[in-house]
Structure formats: structure tokens, C-alpha cells
Design a protein around this ligand. Structure first.
Ligand code: SAH
Ligand code: SF4
Length: 397
């Protein structure tokens, strides 16, 4: 989501004559797009902003913009700690970013620059913003606001534009991306429509919520080979009690049913897990470990619970850091071998690879594969896995 938001803000800067650079010393403007989902993310953004003090002092004409979710949370009071900060643009204001730039007293040049040539085959299309859930640990609803679905006509236009620019894989984005709906149209309909746009070889979506993974959804997408057979589905915990206290809206049993249904249809599944939620007992934690053992995720991103101001869980008593660290360590040990075993399980399987370099690409279930021959970037190669090296599939082709 932040990549897409950064691209959107960057497009407004390009339209005003700025060019991207990798080198901060030659930059006239720095835009920091931030995350606040965990304290650590916000901390990193703020310490980067702190380091820009010297950069600004070297040339006071330089412009610093602080954008995104941490900007939304902290607002104008940031300017007290960082008086050299020129503009704060919160995540809710992304639609008005251009207006904000032009109405600021800053010297923003006029002119246009060509969009930089694409360096990848993947194009991101935002289909909804915000979140209507109220997970008790999560700050997203307060910094991003309620759900706003973009109209399908606009989404299809954006996706077609990306395809015309040569992007072969379209990733549809939203905080709860599969909550997208429109009068007379489901999320599955939208996926199928995007996949039939000329030039689109593969469609992915991030991040779905388990609640909307229904049999109807699975039926509507299972015969469409352009819809990737990989899903990143954050489970958060394996304990029904903790899931309830997190207000996730599903139990362990319902979750397992959904995960099994996805597996049966050939989906590789990756996930997010939080350890040390304030009410998580040792027995609850064991349930998370047993879920991980049972499901064989292809990857799991594990986070220590981080209290976020204003959320209900932030009122509860925190575990001592030592327990958080211990649980995280145990879980990380458990998930360490997941990727390797998921790769090993691909041996002998037929795969469809979307080429990202002349001899490497990703399979529909999101595994890296290397072909024997060379192919045009963006082409699709149907072949078979003949051997596996750590996290790389080698194919017959
Ligand atoms: N909308 C997505 C998640 C968005 S936040 C969903 O509902 O699945 C991305 C990830 O950050 C979450 O999946 C969760 O694992 C993690 N996260 C969110 N709030 C957190 C918190 N307070 N502490 C630790 N991790 C958190
Ligand atoms: Fe946060 Fe829950 Fe919304 Fe995901 S569904 S963004 S975790 S409130």
C-alpha cells in the first residue's frame, strides 16, 4: 500500500518538474512516506527525519515533506520537534496531496518530467482505502479512516493503463482488499475483469481478510489461471480466545476451514502473526505454534505486539519485554524452515512462471524459479520443477 501511495505522491512531484534520485545530496526535496502500524516503524521514520536536520541546514532551500500514517497520527505537532519540516501530509489526505502542495507557501517548480521507465513487471492498483474493522490492537482504522471503495470503472481504467505501459502482473491493493464491493459486483468479479484486460498475465491482491474468503469467492476464481495461486492471509493468532479478544471476527476452527479450502485449491499461503497480545497465555501461544505446524505456510511474518495509543488493547497490561522476546524467538525458530520446505514440496510439480529476468521469474504460487533457457521478460513459461536449491526452483523447460 505504501509503495502505491508513494508512487501516487511521486507522480504529482514529477508533474511539477521533479526527478527521482538515489542520492540525497543532490536532492532538492525529500518526501518521507511513513507507517505507524507498530511503534518501531514510526520510530524509524522519525529518526530518519531527525537525520535530515543536517541536510536541510546545508541548504535551507531544500524541502522536507512527512507523509503517510505516522504523519496522520502526529500531525502538525511534529513541527515543534522538527521545526525544519516544511509540510505534513497525513494518509487520509492522499487524494488532496497535489492541492496541498500547490496551496503551500513552498516554492514548488513548474514543468513536467516523464514518468521513470518501469523497472519491474509488477504494477500496483489501489482499489480501496481505509478499514471498517476494529481489531483491538490496530491503529489503521483511526489513521486511514473508514472504507472507501474506488469505482470499478476507475480501477479497470488504471489497470488497463498499467497493462498498456507493459506491466504484466497487476497487484490490487487495500487494507482489507477483499472487502471491496460495488452495487452488482463482487471482489471476485473485479479480479476476473482485471485478469481479462489485454496484456495482463497475472493478478494478485494484498491484504485480504479471512472473513471474506468464502466458498462463493473460491468458486468464482478457481477456474481462472491468471489469478495467482498464492494468498497473503494474516491470521494473527491460532487461539480462538485471543482472536476473540483481538476482535478478528473468526475462530481457530473457522480459520482452519478457510485455510484448508485454499490449500485444496492449490493456493500457497503466507501470513502475519502477532505474539504477546496482552491476554495471550502460554496455552494460547502454543495454539499459535500448533496452527503454524498444521498449516505449512509458505512464509510467516511475525511481530511482537506493539501497543498503539488510542486502541482498546493499549489500555491492557503489557507483557514484560523478556516474554515478548522469548515468544518471538520460539515462533521465529518454528517458521525458519517453512520457506525451504514449501520450496522442497514443489519438486516434480508443473509450474507457470512469469519471467522477471531472462532466466528467472515467479511461479503463480509465488516461488522463485530459474529456467534453463532464456525467455523475454514478461513472458509466461509453462514447465516443470526438476530440482530445488534452498529457495529456488530449477525447471525442465
Ligand atoms: N489489514 C491487514 C493488516 C494490516 S497491518 C489485516 O487485517 O490482516 C499489517 C500487520 O501488522 C498485521 O497483519 C499485523 O500482524 C501487524 N500489526 C498490526 N497492528 C499491530 C500491533 N499493534 N502490534 C504488532 N503488530 C501489529
Ligand atoms: Fe487493522 Fe484489523 Fe483493519 Fe487489518 S482488519 S487494518 S488489522 S483493524
Amino acid at each position: 500500500m505504501n509503495i502505491a501511495d508513494s508512487e501516487e505522491m511521486a507522480a504529482h512531484l514529477l508533474a511539477r518538474g521533479y526527478m527521482p534520485t538515489e542520492n540525497l545530496d543532490e536532492a532538492d526535496l525529500a518526501l518521507i512516506n511513513t507507517c505507524t502500524v507498530r511503534d518501531h516503524a514510526e520510530h524509524r521514520a522519525l529518526s530518519f527525519l531527525g537525520r535530515l536536520r543536517k541536510w536541510k541546514r546545508e541548504n535551507p532551500k531544500r524541502i522536507i515533506i512527512f507523509a503517510g500514517c505516522a504523519a496522520q497520527r502526529l500531525g502538525e505537532k511534529l513541527k515543534k520537534t522538527f521545526p525544519y519540516l516544511d509540510l505534513v501530509s497525513g494518509a487520509k489526505e492522499i487524494d488532496r496531496f497535489a492541492e496541498l502542495l500547490d496551496n503551500s507557501a513552498l516554492f514548488i517548480p513548474s514543468g513536467t518530467q516523464e514518468n521513470k521507465p518501469q523497472s519491474s513487471i509488477t504494477g500496483y492498483v489501489t482499489i480501496m482505502r481505509g478499514c471498517d474493522f476494529e481489531c483491538s490492537y490496530c491503529i489503521v482504522p483511526s489513521v486511514r479512516g473508514p472504507v472507501q471503495c474506488l469505482p470499478s470503472a476507475e480501477i479497470l481504467k488504471n489497470a488497463a493503463q498499467k497493462a498498456a505501459q507493459g506491466y504484466k502482473e497487476i497487484v490490487l491493493l487495500g487494507q482489507t482488499v477483499n472487502a471491496w464491493k460495488e452495487e452488482g459486483k463482487t471482489f471476485a468479479d473485479l479480479l476476473n475483469e482485471v485478469s481479462s484486460i489485454e496484456g495482463v498475465e497475472r493478478v494478485r491482491f494484498v491484504s485480504p481478510h479471512p472473513i471474506f474468503i468464502t466458498n462463493d469467492f473460491l468458486k468464482a476464481v478457481e477456474n481462472n489461471p491468471k489469478i495467482a495461486r498464492h494468498i497473503h492471509l494474516p491470521v494473527q493468532s491460532g487461539s480462538t480466545k485471543v482472536l476473540q479478544e483481538m476482535k478478528r471476527g473468526y475462530s481457530r476452527e473457522i480459520l482452519l476451514e478457510k485455510l484448508d479450502a485454499l490449500k485444496k485449491r492449490g493456493f500457497a499461503i503466507s501470513t502475519d502473526i502477532i505474539v504477546g497480545f496482552p491476554t495471550e497465555t502460554e496455552a494460547d501461544f502454543q495454539e499459535t505454534l500448533s496452527l503454524v505446524e498444521r498449516v505449512h505456510f509458505s512464509a510467516a511474518y511475525c511481530f511482537k505486539y506493539s501497543p498503539r495509543q488510542g486502541t482498546p488493547a493499549a489500555e491492557m497490561t503489557l507483557f514484560p519485554e523478556k516474554i515478548l522476546e522469548e515468544r518471538l524467538d520460539i515462533l521465529l525458530n518454528k517458521v525458519k524452515g517453512l520457506a525451504e520446505s514449501a520450496y522442497r514440496a514443489q519438486l516434480g510439480k508443473p509450474v507457470q512462471i512469469l519471467m522477471e529476468t531472462p532466466n528467472k521469474g515467479r511461479t503463480s504460487d509465488n516461488f522463485w524459479a530459474q529456467t534453463q533457457k532464456e525467455y523475454p521478460i514478461g513472458s509466461v513459461v509453462n514447465t516443470e520443477v526438476v530440482s530445488v536449491e534452498d529457495t529456488l526452483l530449477l525447471t525442465r523447460d
